[in-house]
Design a protein around this ligand. Sequence first.
Ligand code: SF4
Length: 455
Amino acid sequence: MKGVIYLGEKVSGDLLKEREEFIFCKNDSCSGEMKCDSDSLSGAVSQRACVYCGARVVLNPITDAYHIVHGPIGCASYTWDIRGSLSSGEELYRNSFSTDLSEEDIIFGGEKKLTSAIEGIMENHSPKIIFIYVTCIVGVIGDDVEAVCRKAEEKYAIPVIPVKAPGFSGNKSKGYKAAGDALMNLFRRNIYPKVNGVNILGDFNLAGEMWIIQDYLKKIGVNIVSTITGDASYDKLKRASSASFNIVQCAGSMTALAKKMEAEMDIPFIKISFVGLEDTKNSLLKIASLFGDRKTIERAKDLISKEEERIIPILNSYKENLKGKKAAIYVGGGFKAISLIKQFKELGMDTVLVGTQTGKKDDYEVINNLVDNGTVVLDDANPAELEKFIKEKGADILAAGVKERPLAYKLGLAFCDHNHERKHPLGGFIGAINFAKEVNESVNSPVWKYVREGR
Ligand code: SF4
């Protein structure tokens, strides 16, 4: 069992028996083992997306790639323009291409349709790279997608890369791995000599957040080789092997890739987070220290003190309104949950519930150390569990993704959208202000009183 020793006690009552191992209530005086990083329990209505979706969200921000979804049309429409990732160049990634498999293809095989989809794109456009996503049904019927990709590469002399993500083969984390494998497939073909610079992994340029990080690194004098995958282009991605370091923001989706790049391309990595004031500060200092250059560190310290001078008074004004309020967090990966706990603390708020869809043992160990006694920690939750613990713990706000929004509103609870569709940045110093503003406006909105009274 992939478990984490947790200082706390098991929670029971109104829960599926098999789910009890995934939920703990922090309590310093006793310890147990919490299960995580496992496949979802059938029938438990997990909030996780499928394997294919996990792969698509990682690769979709590559702005000049063609993404062909080999499967029924629903798989393509489900993830069409799925992220609020912005582009400084091409807008191709905002399209969704599909082989639109139907019953006949499922009986006789879909390889011909895939070949003609690639031909169609080659005849009408000039792609630099194509990704082919394997979906559930393709995994079931067993199309040889790799062979189709190989033949297309020979014929057209561009990378046509299979993304092996059949939905039934696991959970969203497996999709992250499939996306990482597809990227490695591209990187291995393009080995360049080393340069002084970093790759940024696991920022997807939601509402321009990658540009905020890029601006900070430019100010402190750190060169960026590739962005993986926010605002990425084929030409820049190709140079990823030349970076001296990888800095990994979304550890859940990118750690496996970072480890492979370290082993095969000799690129060490560090984990960072630009979510919240404390983590933004620490991340800048960590990145500045990578090159052992005093001037870079001085510039980072200078940037931090200027930004703190500007934003701390603003954050303090929101803190007045938020002190003592209770937060619930349910997000995709561990890195974001950890940063959010700290961020709510910065606003004087307590986290009473925290959970993730794809958190790993290491993430839950950090979470365990950050939260207070009485906090409920849960992995791969379902809506019934979230509702139960939100009510029991008396949370004032839920910070979560689009799938949890209706739950919060039905409960008459304030909501902070921390998902990939959002339109304003929550990263960096500016993001810390946006977050505080959104939390304050939502928690202190008079509307919740009327929603609750109206029941
Ligand atoms: S890959 Fe499977 S689970 Fe995912 S969208 Fe397609 S049919 Fe649904």
